[in-house]
Write a protein that binds this ligand. Structure first.
Ligand SMILES: [Zn+2]
Length: 150
């Protein structure tokens, strides 16, 4: 089979088959035969859809310069969310799990110290256990050093 250079170049660059068909006005079978003749692997199914929950989450995250992560995806009742595999997942819970390596307990909220709207940076999200620990630490601090008034 004679390999068309324009198809080969696009395949090598990772251009999806459907785009090659549109750009060069060739049939999908022509692109497929070219790919096979070049010994390239078959394309993964639905390359534009994230294949993991983490990838689905990351497509909407925008790290800021000072360590926070802005959410660019959908928000439902004040909670950033992402749909993956037909289910709604709350972005703060995903951020928590990725950062802490465990499932959150209770509601996940943004720490009071973070001022970025809908921040989903791992260190900025807290579950019930962390809030309780912080409260205990504040009380212990106050008991030792006296109440601190800001
Ligand atoms: Zn933050």
């Amino acid at each position: 089979m004679k390999i068309r250079q324009d198809i080969a170049e696009r395949l090598q660059a990772g251009v999806p088959q459907i785009h090659i068909c549109r750009q060069l006005h060739v049939a999908p079978l022509t692109v497929q035969r070219t790919r096979e003749a070049m010994g390239l692997p078959a394309p993964t199914t639905r390359p534009f859809l994230p294949t993991t929950l983490e990838a689905a989450f990351r497509q909407y995250t925008q790290p800021t310069e000072n360590g926070h992560v802005e959410w660019t995806g959908p928000v439902n009742n004040g909670s950033p969310k992402v749909v993956f595999a037909g289910r709604v997942h709350y972005a703060r819970r995903i951020a928590f799990r990725l950062h802490r390596g465990r499932d959150p307990i209770g509601r996940v909220t943004v720490a009071a110290s973070c001022e970025v709207k809908d921040c989903v940076a791992g260190p900025c999200v807290e579950d019930q256990r962390i809030r309780a620990t912080n409260k205990w630490a504040d009380k212990a601090f106050a008991a030792i050093f006296g109440e601190v008034t800001a």
